[in-house]
Design a protein around this ligand. Structure first.
Ligand SMILES: [Zn+2]
Length: 385
């Protein structure tokens, strides 16, 4: 099958994150089994009662014929893992060709054509002519669920640890530029309490908004302090903070009883996700010295790790050579940290431009799609052949 035919099949399957990805997994499992892969699915029911599945298709490799099956012991060591997420963002119902791959001026249009079904189609096409039985080292394909809503499938797989991986290429639209590092993404909500009172008698209450303002002033100082710890290759090269939403009080003549704000921070590699929260915690302790009733509840609900694969990793060097592009860093969240937690040197790489992903009319340039097939085929030969 040509890479376009495979991509057309993938685009035709509606795999928006809110739906079950079972149909997509069934298609991929059939293709992988036909190539000679062993396959294993990891299914779970999400919070809306919908089945979501991760699929791992793998070879044992001649040098490790006695490998045990994939299991929670993580005993299986995979040499090269190619990772593609099966879900897409939603599409506008007015985009009538969203599920029909359409070619125009060397570009292939369709929902997911760029993010990230193009990479999946390239991986399947790269493998098709290869005799898997002669590969010396284990190769795996990982097809994950729910990437677009927080890389949930890959995180579940990393927690289950069914295998360890040496090298992983995580498919995302990077215009075939190898991305070897990325900032983390963390989010917390702060709920500051006060005591309501008539605003003519403020001494009878305690303003949650004044309290929040004092804390926010400290957070701005922390943002400045964080600029001292820098990592090359990032723009800007330090951890950034943002208070994007604030809400507080009920009326102009009531001393505010509650104030909430969100704090988002994007960490540089090598800095723990909790570092910012620890600094804010110290500020809260300081504020409590002057105001013993200072009450602050913190609901920290997201800690996506940063990642970094060394520039001299054989995978980075290979992808730089094969693509003719030097490596860089990504600004968006990916499944790379999950692969790193499985032991891999991970690089984010794939055809298409992230700036057209998630849009009506997203597309992948056919030339890049074909080039990706060649690069992935060379990668399999180099690392597993
Ligand atoms: Zn994606």
């Amino acid at each position: 099958m040509t890479v376009e035919q495979t991509l057309a099949d993938l685009v035709a399957i509606d795999s928006v994150s809110s739906r079950s990805n079972a149909e997509m997994i069934s298609y991929l499992e059939t293709r992988c089994a036909a190539f000679g892969f062993e396959t294993k699915t990891f299914s779970h029911i999400d919070e809306n009662g919908i089945e979501k599945i991760n699929l791992v298709a793998f070879t044992s490799g001649q040098e490790s014929k006695s490998q045990p099956p994939l299991s929670a012991s993580g005993a299986v060591q995979i040499e090269l893992t190619l990772v593609g997420h099966t879900d897409t963002v939603p599409y506008d119902p007015n985009w009538i060709e969203a599920l029909t791959l359409t070619e125009k001026d060397g570009k292939l249009f369709g929902r997911g054509a760029c993010d990230t079904k193009a990479f999946i189609a390239a991986a399947l096409t790269a493998i098709e002519p290869i005799d898997l039985g002669r590969l010396k080292k284990p190769l795996a394909l990982v097809f994950s669920s729910d990437e677009e809503i927080g890389c949930l499938g890959a995180k579940r797989l990393a927690d289950a640890k069914p295998f360890t991986a040496r090298y992983a290429i995580v498919g995302e639209p990077t215009s075939l530029q190898p991305m070897r590092a990325g900032k983390g993404y963390c989010l917390a909500e702060f709920i500051i309490r006060g005591t309501e009172a008539h605003s003519a008698y403020p001494q009878l209450g305690a303003s949650a908004i004044f309290r929040a303002a004092r804390l926010i002033e400290q957070i701005e100082k922390i943002a400045d302090q964080l600029k001292e710890d820098q990592r090359e290759g990032f723009e800007p090269p330090y951890t950034t903070l943002n208070i994007g939403v604030i809400k507080g009080g009920t009326a102009k003549n009531i001393v505010a009883g509650e104030c909430r704000f969100t704090l988002e921070w994007r960490t540089i590699p090598g800095q723990a996700s909790a570092h910012v929260l620890n600094l804010v915690g110290q500020s809260i302790d300081e504020l409590k010295k002057d105001d013993s009733e200072f009450l602050c509840e913190i609901d920290a609900h997201r800690f996506d790790e940063s990642f970094e694969t060394p520039a001299d990793s054989p995978l980075v060097e290979f992808l730089e050579r094969a693509s003719g592009q030097s490596s860089a860093t990504v600004a968006f969240g990916t499944e790379a940290p999950s692969m790193i937690s499985l032991g891999a040197d991970a690089v984010v790489f794939g055809p298409g431009d992230i700036r057209v992903a998630h849009r009506t009319g997203e597309f992948v340039p056919l030339r890049q799609l074909n080039q990706c097939v060649q690069v992935l085929r060379q990668a399999i030969e180099k690392f597993c052949g």
